[in-house]
Structures are given as C-alpha cells and as structure tokens.
Design a protein around this ligand. Structure first.
Ligand SMILES: [Fe+2]
Length: 335
C-alpha cells in the first residue's frame, strides 16, 4: 500500500546516465546528428543539455555500453521525502549521492536506490540551471512539466516492473499496445507520472519469460520542439552514417511522430514530435493494436540480428532478470 498523499504529477524524468567507452562517437551522435548541446566535463565524463538544466545526459566512461541510471526530478521537498520514506519503509536501502556526484548531474539533494533490471533510480529536488547559452543544432526540446522524454525497457517480469513504478512514484497506466513482430506477440505497458503520455514503457513477450534485448534500456525518447527539428535531425543521422533503427512513423497511442536511430552504445534513440498530453479528468486506458499508424519500418535488420536476439533471449532464461521484490508488489491488477 502506498502512503498518502500521491506524488503523481510531481515526478519528471530529469536525466539519464549512460556508461560507454565510445566517447568520440557519442559526441558526434549527440551534437552533430541529434543536435543537442555538448559539454566536456573531464576525460571520463561528458554531458548533453536540452534546455537550461546543466545536465540531461551524463555519459561516463565504462564498459557497459548501456543506460545505468535514471534520474527523476521531484518538484518539492515534501514529495521527495515521501518517495524516500516509501522506499525505506519497504526495507530497500537508500544512499545519499556525494557532492561530486550531485555536481556531475547538475542537481541538489541526490538520493539513489535499486531499480528493476539493475537500473539505478536516482531522485533529486532541484536542477542546477546553466547561465551558458545553448549551442545546438535543434531550435529546442520539450521538457518542463512533462519531463525530458521517456525510457522504454524490455522485461520478462512486466507486472513486477509496473508494480515498482506504481509503488515508488504512483505511476498510472496510460494504455497498452499489442503488437506481433515476426510471429512473436508483444505487449507494451505505458506508464505516466505526470501529463506526459508515458515516461516509462515496458515491453514484454506475451507468455514467454524471455528478454530479447542486450541493453537494460531498449530506447530513450526526447521530444523535438518542431517538425523541422525532427526532420533535420533525421537527415543528419543519415548523412553522418549513424544507423537508423526505425524510419519516421506515427505511434497509435500517443500519436507521436518519431524515428529511431541507433546510439553508439547499441540501444535506440527516439526523436519525437507532438505527442498528445493527458487530461486526467477524461483519460481512460485502452488497448491499441500495433505500435504505429504508419511508418516506423525497420532498417537493415538481417536474419543474423534476429538469431542474435533469440540467442540473448535464451541466455535470459539462464540469468534471471533482476527485480526489487520489496517495491514491486503493490497488488495492482494487471493482465
Ligand atoms: Fe518510445
């Protein structure tokens, strides 16, 4: 049971931490292709900005080639303490981030605790705002009350993951998508913590306890201010020779127009435009058939990629997915 009051609406996706050894590629990808503001912090750390926040992406040197932590901006100290108290009440350890770690992330009052799939969850109250003007190819990105975008995660234990975000952040189910890819049935749960249609998407193979994706995060999403920004970044991804994963298309549920590029670390990066915003007074969850109204065609996926996915899937049967059981059993209905 959650302790009242709800923190729904006070939680926003604030930053993402990526571990990679491919710094030169990441810099080109983030700056020259996607069009974000770039700052070198040290030999082992670089950051991208989308807006006046000092840090939206922290890339730190290391072998994971994956997202390793997700940072959540909590609007006020009362809600922040509410989240902390919930995590502690379930017996899950909460660790205070050091001053150096908070400075690297450009935040105040940093705490971290374990999350699903080994993805560390971090919370903070106040982002540090930069006085340095943005130098970037995009005209702007939509952040604010909606947060900076969303994270999509594949899971062999989607019910537990949904329970986790419900318990910790009062996440609400926005809708479902059922999809069939190469004869394999997929169910995706879309969760929101504020007005953004979803900040977390959980994709699961129906009836199969298999996770076919190597990385903890399957894709990240950021939202372009304008259609021109989206289209021009799409052109640059092509021109600079980065891999496209899915061509431009429109999603069935949030109606977002988007494309998916492949990051230097291997997971995908979705740039979107114009997703619908949820009106809490009228919204009812529903199930959509298929992820796209049109487009989003896979690019260059060969039979070898598919075999590789099944090989990884078989491995996931041997190595069970990490969960945080104490925070995942909120007893919410899920089908
Ligand atoms: Fe997405």
């Amino acid at each position: 049971m959650n302790t009242a009051p709800s923190v729904f609406g006070s939680v926003h996706l604030g930053y993402v931490v990526v571990e990679s050894d491919r710094f030169a590629d990441w810099r080109r990808f983030g700056t020259d292709a996607i069009g974000m503001h770039h700052d070198d912090i040290s030999r082992d750390v670089m950051r991208f900005r989308l807006d006046d926040h000092e840090c939206r992406f922290l890339i730190r040197r290391g072998p994971a080639e994956d997202v390793v932590a997700i940072g959540w901006h909590i609007d006020d100290h009362t809600s922040f303490e509410q989240v902390e108290a919930r995590v502690r009440a379930h017996g899950v350890p909460v660790v205070r981030g050091s001053d150096e770690e908070a400075a690297l992330r450009g935040v105040e009052r940093l705490l971290r605790f374990p999350g699903p799939k080994g993805l560390v969850q971090e919370i903070y109250t106040t982002p540090v705002v930069s006085s340095e003007p943005l130098r970037m190819l995009a005209s702007g990105w939509v952040t604010g009350d909606s947060g900076m975008g969303h994270v999509a995660i594949t899971s062999a234990k989607p019910t537990l993951m949904r329970g986790y975000y419900h318990t910790v952040f009062d996440a609400r189910l926005t809708d479902y998508i059922d999809e069939t890819i190469s004869g394999v049935k997929l169910k995706i749960r879309f969760l929101r913590v504020n007005e953004r249609h979803h900040s977390i998407a959980i994709a699961a193979l129906r009836g199969l306890p298999i996770d076919p994706i190597r990385t903890r995060v399957q894709h990240l999403n950021i939202q372009a201010d304008s259609l021109d920004d989206l289209a021009r970044s799409y052109e640059r991804v092509h021109e600079l020779g980065f891999d496209m994963a899915l061509t431009i298309g429109r999603h069935t549920n949030d109606k977002e127009l988007s494309y998916y590029a492949r990051t230097p670390s291997g997971f995908e990066w979705e740039v979107g435009w114009n997703p619908l915003v949820i009106d809490e007074s009228t919204w009812e969850p529903s199930t959509h058939q298929g992820i796209s109204i049109w487009g989003h065609r896979p690019v260059g996926q060969t039979i070898l990629d598919k075999l590789d996915q099944f090989r990884l899937g078989a491995r996931s049967l041997v190595r069970p997915e990490r969960t945080v059981p104490a925070l995942s059993g909120a007893g919410i209905p899920d089908d």
